[in-house]
Write a protein of this length. Sequence first.
Length: 445
Amino acid sequence: MIAALIAIFVVGYIFIACEHVFSINKASVAIIMCGILWAVYSLCAHDMLISEDMVEALGDTCEIVVFLIGAMTIVELIDKYGGFRFIVDNIKAGNKRGLMWMLSFIAFFLSAVLDNMTTTIIMVMMLRKLLADQKERWLFACIIVLSANAGGAWSPIGDITTIMLWMKNYVTSVDLIVNLILPSIISVVVPLIMVTPMIKPEPLAPVDNLEQRTGFDLYTHNRKLSFVILVCGVLGLLFVPVFKALTHLAPYIGILFSLGVLWVLTEILVRKHSLDDKMLGRISQIIKHIDMDTIIFFLGILMSVAALGQAGILTSLANWLNITFHNPYMINGIIGILSSIVDNVPLVAACMDMYPVVDQTVVEASLDPVYTSYFLQDGLFWHLLTFCAGVGGSMLIIGSAAGVVAMGIEKIPFGWYLKRITLLALSGYLAGMAFIWLETFFLEI
């Protein structure tokens, strides 16, 4: 049974990782793989409690899925109302080198509030207004991918992997930000320093105002309304960690509350400003346009990982890694490299099942208390996992949703990215890990 489950997962993973090659939507592969894995486990294990196990796994998965639906709807709302145009139209830079640094840090901090994929779409589409040369846009777009991935790693709502760890209390929002914001900045600054000489310090060409982003064009008619939605949407997202800290309730309750408030607000604004239905101003219309493929993919992949965990495969893998490496830097370093080849979501989900959070009692009873302490809430292992899974995905263009989106919009070749960007991303990745090691080393002293 174990061999069959592993084989099914590996084959499914290959199809997911090579989605652009096979032209088969990865969401369809994920849910088929999920069904086969649970069916094989049910037929071979003869577990009388399998229904209860599935309900528990589905409950954990749906917490994340509901959170994503709420967050993606809020982001789509801001976009449809033209809120992101404020950012696009207020970018000022003296030359192309200055523009690259400015865009990188905008992407870095924007992805901490939104997500790396949405941030990349906004920033790459904006490049078409600022740069005419395609090869230049490729280079800028790739640096934006690096920045967006790094920006999502230090925020509890910046990336699906950080959302997963934060929702399950493996990390807390304040400690995550404090411990990872500097390593994440370093992982961006190092590639920027290396790539800056490749950019000529030429002045920028006039902005191409004919290039329009698809979506709600309200910004051109009522900028004040667009700004209100932008502010309210961002505040709604930022409210979620505060809500969790105050109430100790699951974050999906907070995101649903924020979505409800925005729903009421938009209903009032639609009536007040006489926005007709074709302008898609209501949440009930906007929610139809969120990326349901991504939602279904997460549902399928997380339930697939849960099947492997239920079969005991992940526990065995964790034991092997502990015996073979017994070092959080080595284990997470490998996970980070793997996340550039395959999706980081199942990798992090697997680690969460492989390594449960421990408490102080377990640490004190352990034969190796120092190593066991890495798995406390906000322990070194979880911060490293968050950083490595997020930043490591930048080493290949197919290693993150942001990279795949940029690849699709600008038609960036895989080989071009591998030749020119992979070394930059690896340098930033290693520099960030080195900073975490130095930080931990001096704190322990």
